[in-house]
Ligand binder design. Structure first.
Ligand SMILES: C[S@@+](CC[C@H](N)C(=O)[O-])C[C@H]1O[C@@H](n2cnc3c(N)ncnc32)[C@H](O)[C@@H]1O
Length: 272
């Protein structure tokens, strides 16, 4: 992928958008997460994280914990761990198991070497200074501690990107409309090892490929609508593009029986 324009980075990391809209509640995040119900194979991501933390004792901090999906599972499956949630958005922490803190990944309010593992799951791409946040993760974990990051590949859900461009093109009356914003591009699976490698010697990457097949447009439309916080960044009327995408999807499903999306996410387990 070529370098992204500065406006893209500014939009994906914009604090007012993140805390005031995109993650002011867990609604949009839940809509994105729920698309994976139609994925084959299905991955139990919280279960994978639990397995990686089985040998860890003490405290785990979940940086950018969002709606607390991982914290709930860790509390349930590894009750001896002390799990602390941290997010820049106060609103999304509503309902997340305590203790939680409102804080920025670039300036963690934790003492050096005070936690045994840190999670940064699908969140580093939203941080303004990614190397600074990775340094902070390295600072707060003990020398034997691990950091687990996750993100998506640059190739993830390419069919959704093409669908958006086609719908946007039809709205604007051009062959191919502008691309939609890519949330994970700044810290994609392809870029993550080099960025994490500046702080950690060992990086074990685990790829999680799959295919989503939907037989009604709704799950895909809900996923597209979850980008509403960035509607103004799309250079095309957002609702009109969604309406066109729905029509294209309906037609495709009527003719082919399903709409298929190829997915590639991954987890990176880092240690010194
Ligand atoms: C895509 S969600 C991921 C949530 C959760 N980790 C998961 O995987 O389900 C990204 C989360 O990171 C948070 N976030 C974004 N920038 C942050 C920052 N600089 N420091 C802490 N949290 C941040 C957002 O508020 C949001 O809750």
């Amino acid at each position: 992928m070529t370098d992204l324009p500065a406006e893209h980075d500014a939009a994906v990391t914009n604090r007012a958008i993140l805390t005031g809209s995109a993650y002011s509640t867990g609604r949009d995040l839940a809509a994105r997460q729920s698309l994976y119900r139609w994925q084959t194979p299905r991955y139990d991501l919280p279960g994978i994280i639990v397995d990686r933390l089985r040998q860890v004792r003490g405290t785990v901090v979940d940086v950018g914990c969002g709606n607390g999906k991982f914290i709930s599972r860790l509390n349930q499956d590894l009750p001896d761990l002390r799990v602390v949630g941290l997010d820049v958005s106060l609103g999304i922490l509503d309902g997340v198991p305590r203790p939680v803190m409102v804080a920025d990944a670039e300036r963690l309010p934790l003492r050096t070497g005070s936690v045994n593992a840190a999670l940064a799951l699908h969140m580093l791409y939203h941080v303004q200074d990614i190397p600074a946040a990775i340094k902070e993760l390295g600072r707060v974990v003990t020398a034997e501690g691990i950091v687990i990051a996750s993100t998506n590949s640059d190739r993830d859900k390419a069919e959704l990107d093409r669908l958006w461009e086609r719908a946007a093109g039809e709205v604007l009356g051009v062959d191919r409309g502008p691309s939609r914003i890519s949330l994970s591009a700044r810290f994609s699976l392809e870029k993550a090892p080099a960025l994490l490698g500046a702080e950690f010697r060992e990086i074990e990457a685990m790829e999680l490929p799959g295919t989503i097949a939907v037989r009604t447009p709704e799950p895909v439309i809900a996923h597209m609508e979850s980008y509403r916080a960035w509607a103004d960044q799309h250079d095309v009327p957002f609702d009109a593009t969604i309406a066109r995408a729905r029509a294209i999807l309906t037609d495709h499903i009527d003719r082919c029986g399903a709409f298929r999306i190829s997915c590639l996410g991954g987890i990176l387990v880092c240690s010194r």
